[in-house]
Design a protein around this ligand. Structure first.
Ligand code: AMP
Ligand code: MG
Length: 344
């Protein structure tokens, strides 16, 4: 049985959140909204509770999970070493969509970190998430609340589709604001390295830290086994049932020309083709067209739900033209590359 409760994200009811926190404390699983995507939470210090996350998501055991906290000083409890730069970043970006990778302390169970000697920690700004961690009074391990490999959930309905009946509770706090996951930043290397681009941009991090490297896999589609920093980086991700074809090019016009040609070819083959328009609405005829918004922020917010919507509309293929990898564009392109079966 999965209980679904509605909570106002602007003014969450503490009483309702207490019910959810009780489930966490008793070793259960609660899906909750964060500012990025919905998370599937368990008590991070309870090994068997965390194990259940992997089971219900069908997540490979070698893909580590981010630990969510509500107070700065919990970080000292989870991390064995906290380098000086951490405090700068915490001051500037927490609470918010930045996850920090640090050497782990003994208190963090191996199942959370997939046996790595590092732990990924973040403090979410969403009020429901914050209150849930506070009331549970334990750090909460939470990956995205979707079945492994599927697009991440940005509404409680997406969570329901993937996990109803398998988890104890879903807190419905409306659509998430940012829509793509947090930026994962490795602070155990110098200069720091982005393992996954997300809600906090590369540019913002460099303005605070100076040089920040991008892990080679950030811009790649295929798994790059020999260089994965975190085993989870090697799997296929964010994939709807329909095949995603990502079109890249030298300019907007170049991309639009290629998209038009591809859509036409696939439709001649009798395929039902979905066209995702990021930022700019192309004048191309397809079976289903979805426009994601005028800015990278709007595109990020609508990206995952548009992939799910394409599946509901039963398209065979989704063609999407790439955008510039500036600001949130880097995270958007990263997700599209990982979701795609082909890059043109
Ligand atoms: P998700 O399950 O969608 O929230 O993704 C969590 C991501 O955080 C994983 O794919 C990992 O790549 C990353 N992550 C979690 N823990 C660590 C860690 N200890 N070291 C490096 N990356 C991590
Ligand atoms: Mg995920």
């Amino acid at each position: 049985m999965t209980i679904i409760i509605r909570v106002d994200p602007k003014k969450p009811s503490r009483e309702r959140i207490r019910d959810a926190a009780k489930i966490i404390r008793e070793g259960g699983l609660v899906a909750f909204p964060t500012e990025t995507v919905y998370g599937l939470g368990a008590d991070a210090l309870n090994e068997s509770a965390v194990r259940k996350i992997f089971e219900v998501k069908q997540r490979p055991m070698d893909d580590p999970i981010i630990v969510h906290i509500s107070r700065d000083n919990t970080l000292q409890l989870l991390a064995a070493e906290v380098p000086e730069v951490t405090f700068k970043l915490v001051k500037k970006f927490w609470p918010g969509p930045l996850t920090l990778v640090l050497k782990k302390s003994k208190i963090v169970p191996a199942v959370v970190t997939a046996g790595l000697d590092t732990v990924a920690v973040r403090m979410p700004s969403n009020k429901i998430a914050h209150m849930l961690i506070e009331e549970a009074d334990v750090p909460i391990a939470a990956p995205s609340a979707n079945l492994f490999g599927k697009p991440s959930p940005t509404t409680a309905e997406h969570v329901r589709q993937d996990l109803y009946g398998k988890i104890d509770m879903i807190i419905d706090g409306g659509q998430t604001e940012i829509g793509v996951e947090s930026t994962v930043l490795d602070l155990t290397v110098s200069p720091p390295m982005i393992l996954r681009p997300g809600g906090v941009t590369h540019e913002e991090l460099e303005s605070i830290l100076g040089e920040v490297k991008l892990h080679p896999s950030v811009r790649r589609r295929k798994k790059v086994l020999e260089v994965v920093k975190s085993p989870g980086m090697k799997y296929r991700h964010y994939s709807p049932k329909a095949d995603v074809i990502l079109v890249e090019g030298k300019s907007g016009e170049d991309i639009e020309r290629k998209v038009a040609k591809l859509v036409d070819e696939y439709r001649r083959e009798g395929k039902r083709v979905g066209l995702l328009n990021l930022v700019k609405e192309m004048k191309i005829e397809a079976d289903v067209c979805i426009f994601l918004g005028n800015s990278p922020e709007e595109v990020a917010r609508n990206l995952f739900s548009s992939l799910r919507e394409m599946d509901e509309k039963k398209v065979d293929l989704i063609v999407v033209g790439g955008i510039e990898e500036k600001g949130l564009g880097l995270a958007i392109m990263n997700r599209l590359r990982k979701a795609s079966v082909r890059i043109v």
